[in-house]
Design a protein around this ligand. Structure first.
Ligand SMILES: Nc1ncnc2c1ncn2[C@@H]1O[C@H](COP(=O)(O)OP(=O)(O)OP(=O)(O)O)[C@@H](O)[C@H]1O
Length: 223
């Protein structure tokens, strides 16, 4: 039987003395969009970092596509992130020295594609996210909303099975944020990409197919 695409089982994690995850379990099906809400410090980022294979939980299991990934070595987890997973953070973390097009092409270069081929594949993603006119701009020449759309294009360019988004609209004003979120969830639904999105904004989270709430490192409810 095929399980959920992403599954966290009873995760525990602490930063020194500070418990960040205290028995968190969550799952997300292929193609599903999941909102993770909770107050600041409730553990949303820590959960995303663990399920995205960026941090290792102290206890518990992380499964992706029927494969246990929390015990994989750094090299294998990096490889998985490059091929099957996409991440988007509050501040797009674009490379300042590269244009929008070059930023979006970067994950494909890392996968071994040539520059021309990578940029050819990157162009249509800028278009789908509504920022094709910014292809030649550097990140500091763009608005926050544009930069975040470029970051989304970069997350989608490898056609990952899942995208992990931590407050993807957190640095934007409400209206721009809502539009960027629509773009994220719209493209994800068209492509069948699962999205796990942390936000403190309940209103934004409601755009997801399902919402779970966190408090003190554990899940306290869902709808
Ligand atoms: N790098 C770190 N070093 C030490 N403690 C940390 C670190 N990152 C997070 N914490 C602590 O771990 C707990 C969970 O934090 P986490 O960032 O996962 O929550 P969050 O819900 O994402 O918060 P926010 O909405 O403010 O980003 C908090 O008590 C936080 O202070």
């Amino acid at each position: 039987m095929t399980g959920p695409l992403v599954q966290a089982r009873d995760l525990y994690m602490a930063y020194g003395q500070t418990a960040a995850l205290a028995g968190t379990s969550v799952e997300c099906a292929a193609g599903e969009t999941l909102g993770i809400v909770g107050a600041s410090g409730s553990g949303k980022s820590s959960l995303l970092l663990c399920v995205a294979g960026i941090l290792k939980p102290d206890q518990g299991e992380v499964w992706f596509n029927n494969r246990r990934i929390d015990q994989l070595g750094e090299r294998e987890r990096s490889r998985l992130r490059l091929t099957d997973l996409g991440v988007v953070f509050q501040f797009g973390n674009l490379v300042a020295e590269l244009t929008a097009l070059e930023n979006v092409a970067l994950p494909l270069l890392l996968q071994g594609f040539g520059k021309r081929q990578a940029e050819k594949a990157a162009g249509p993603w800028l278009e789908r996210l509504g920022v094709a006119h910014r292809a030649g701009s550097a990140p500091n020449q763009m608005s926050g909303g544009e930069a975040q759309r470029v970051a989304l294009a970069r997350a989608f360019v490898t056609e990952p099975k899942a995208i992990f988004a931590d407050e993807p609209t957190g640095a934007l004003d409400a209206q721009t944020g809502a539009r960027v979120l629509d773009a994220l969830l719209g493209v994800a639904r068209e492509n069948g990409t699962a999205v796990l999105m942390a936000t403190h904004d309940l209103q934004l989270a409601r755009s997801a197919d399902r919402v779970v709430s966190m408090s003190d490192g554990a899940l306290v409810g869902s709808r």
